[in-house]
Ligand binder design. Structure first.
Ligand code: 2HA
Ligand code: ZN
Length: 270
């Protein structure tokens, strides 16, 4: 077997987690990431005929039956993942009936995947229904988006247009806008269901006064989306200290969308 720590997927996963930590988004045990791995990607590194430790799931995940997921561990710190991916994350395989998963690699006996596993699995199911190339879910406590959620009306149109209006390329990168769920208790309850409902339409969903959940076909695209939206939120918070500032108007946004052949959310702009 090849050394899994040298695999592309572990490298991408740990590097992006480290980047988010260095961005100041993931203090203490904040944040969690999950990455759907293909069997052919994993098999050179792991004997997949072996059974793993059983972990009971809190949702019905039969739509992910047989899928492999690389995911951060519960209570683990992003700061430590890159130095020791095996102690801070794990690879699970979803059972055929979708009621449990097996932990095939990583984490010690008694340790379990992130407390947001239900959100991750429900969001993977939702994204795969609309995009069969989907693979990554990232939850992080992006600083300026959190600040912005404290001061701006939590209306998806209003919030999206504030972000689109400040950076020319934003409408091209997230033409569907940003989804917003009501404030909610983190963990295995309603938050996962609400996020999954939103993430079908919006690739990024805001959890007010908490963080975001973003999806992507690759680690880069999920992270790149968060960076883009976070930067616009930073601009928004800085620019609001000035009384008279310019934004990209609707006519310009429409021109941009048409030049880059994207279809912006019709509820937000016509
Ligand atoms: O795992 O970020 O939302 C820590 C969190 C929970
Ligand atoms: Zn969180």
């Amino acid at each position: 077997m090849k050394n899994i720590l040298e695999s592309k997927f572990i490298q991408e996963f740990s590097n992006v987690i480290d980047r988010m930590y260095l961005n100041g988004w993931d203090e203490r045990n904040a944040g969690n990431v999950s990455y759907l791995l293909l069997e052919e990607e994993l098999s050179p590194y792991l004997d997949l005929s072996k059974k793993g430790r059983v972990h009971q799931l809190q949702i019905d995940a039969h739509k992910l039956a047989g899928k492999y997921v690389l995911v951060t561990g519960s209570g683990k710190y992003f700061r430590n993942v890159k130095g020791n991916p095996e102690a801070n994350s794990c690879i699970i395989r979803i059972s055929q009936c979708g009621t449990h998963a097996e932990i095939l690699w990583g984490l010690k006996e008694g340790e379990v995947p992130t407390s947001e596993l239900s959100t991750h699995l429900s969001s993977h199911i939702a994204r795969l229904e609309v995009d069969d190339t989907h693979r990554v879910i990232i939850h992080t406590h992006a600083t300026y988006l959190n600040i912005m959620s404290a001061v701006v009306d939590l209306d998806e149109k209003n919030f999206t247009k504030a972000l689109w209006g400040l950076n020319t390329e934003n409408i091209i990168i997230f033409p569907e806008g940003i989804g917003i769920i009501p404030w909610e208790i983190p963990g295995n309850g309603l938050i996962g269901k609400n996020t999954a409902n939103k993430i079908k339409t919006y690739k990024i969903v805001l959890w007010p006064l908490h963080g975001v959940v973003a999806s992507g076909e690759t680690v880069d695209s999920a992270f790149g989306l968060i960076e883009t939206v976070e930067k616009a939120a930073m601009m928004y918070m800085v620019i609001n200290n000035y009384s008279n500032y310019k934004t990209i108007n609707d006519e310009e946004l429409i021109k941009l969308a048409s030049a880059f052949k994207v279809t912006p959310n019709k509820e937000f702009i016509k």
